[in-house]
Design a protein around this ligand. Structure first.
Ligand code: NAD
Ligand code: ZN
Length: 362
């Protein structure tokens, strides 16, 4: 898909028919990732990222009609109201199946743009261009999208696989250190669920960040490939894919209970600490392994203890998408690198009393 010059620096992976492209400057090949004959591109972003990287992306799409659609940055925008505004602006501009949606930004952008692409005319082609570490190693890959509702995180959404995911490391150069730390929480999660070697790398990245040095493309690529491998085996989350939810039952509840004052990565970091304590009681995770997760979260400067009481979060824990017939279920490790498969369900029932005890454990 890329010109010869660009191809030398790019790598391609096919994940469930979705092209994953890594490479510095790879966004220059964006136009090649669109279906032949594409005419109009809806470029969806938040106001921060559109300002920083919109011009570069528009330059890559020269010759096509580009309609920029930006919303206010932040999780508070991930609502049905923002989705409706995006859908209405696309409709007003004129949509047919020759239109393409390009999501330029972090996970909030790809979740909103993905859902808009999935619903307009029952499905427009989507291309994701992640600009955060969370986006590059997780949110942009795998076809899930969604918005939050008053009952909790991501409760409305679909699976709509992107035609391509273009990970251009250069676009992450403007990402603030806190967002790198937040992203490293998801990399730690990928390590715990299936690649223990990543834990050493996250520790090294935490030390480097403290000295002002950013993680390199190699870590990003390896973490992204963990997600790619899992979602390729279980594209529609019938079982195995739930392992990527480690730390997220508690993490999502913290985000919702605090009105999204705590960001996704930080909430997931706390979620992994609490859920690894739960795993020690329920799935036999070793105490030293739980303590290693805790130490890495601390080394990243992310919060280890929940910022709110268990009673404030319980409703949201119950509303988690893995809950079944009234039972709260979590994706829990048996060891670092080995998740409990719970008989193929990959979601283990956990009594509220155990969650409460681990929530309050110090
Ligand atoms: N669909 C999925 O599979 C999936 C997976 C993981 C996370 N998520 C979702 O992703 C969201 C979290 O993603 P996120 O952390 O990327 O959030 P985000 O999109 O809100 O980005 C975080 C912040 O960084 C800013 N930013 C983004 N790129 C930048 C850049 N290059 N330079 C400077 N600033 C930049 C944004 O404006 C924003 O303020 C959550 O809503 C979570 O539920 C979805
Ligand atoms: Zn996450």
């Amino acid at each position: 898909m890329a010109s010869d010059a660009a191809r030398e620096t790019l790598e391609f992976q096919d994940v469930h028919g979705s092209l994953l492209v890594f490479g510095p400057g790879s966004v220059r090949a964006l136009a090649d990732a669109l279906p032949p004959g594409s005419r109009r591109v809806f470029l969806v972003s938040d106001d921060t990222v559109m300002g920083l990287h919109g011009p570069r992306v528009r330059a890559a799409l020269r010759g096509l009609e580009v309609v920029p659609l930006a919303f206010r940055a932040g999780e508070a925008s991930k609502t049905r109201a923002t989705l409706a505004r995006i859908q209405d602006r696309m409709s007003a501009r004129g949509v047919d199946r020759g239109c393409v949606v390009v999501a330029l930004g972090g996970g909030v952008v790809s979740d909103l743009a993905g859902l808009a692409a999935a619903t307009l005319l029952r499905g427009l082609v989507l291309v994701n261009v992640p600009t955060t570490l969370v986006g590059a190693v997780d949110a942009a890959i795998g076809g899930k999208n969604g918005v939050d509702t008053p009952r909790g995180k991501n409760l409305l959404g679909t699976f709509h696989w992107p035609r391509a995911v273009i990970v251009d490391f250069d676009l992450l150069a403007t990402l603030p250190p806190d967002q790198w730390r937040a992203g490293l929480a998801e990399v730690l999660k990928h390590g715990v669920v299936s690649e223990p070697g990543l834990l050493d790398d996250v520790e090294a990245a935490a030390r480097a960040l403290a000295r002002g040095r950013l993680p390199g493309p190699d870590l990003l690529r390896r973490a992204a490939m963990v997600k790619a491998r899992v979602v390729a085996k279980d594209p529609y989350e019938r079982g195995l894919r739930r392992i990527l939810n480690f730390g997220h039952t508690v993490g999502h509840a913290i985000e919702s209970a605090t009105g999204y004052a705590v960001g996704h990565g930080a909430a997931v970091a706390t979620g992994m600490v609490v859920e690894s304590r739960i795993a020690c009681r329920v799935t036999g995770l070793g105490a030293s392994e739980a303590s290693r997760i805790l130490q890495i979260v601390r080394a990243l400067g992310l919060p280890a203890e929940p910022p709110c009481g268990f009673e404030q979060a319980l409703l949201y824990v119950r509303n988690d998408k893995k809950s079944l017939h009234g039972a709260i279920r979590m994706s829990l490790p048996r060891a670092i690198g080995e998740m409990d498969d719970a008989g193929g369900d990959h979601a283990v029932p956990v009594p509220p009393s155990v969650i409460e005890a681990c929530w309050n454990e110090r």
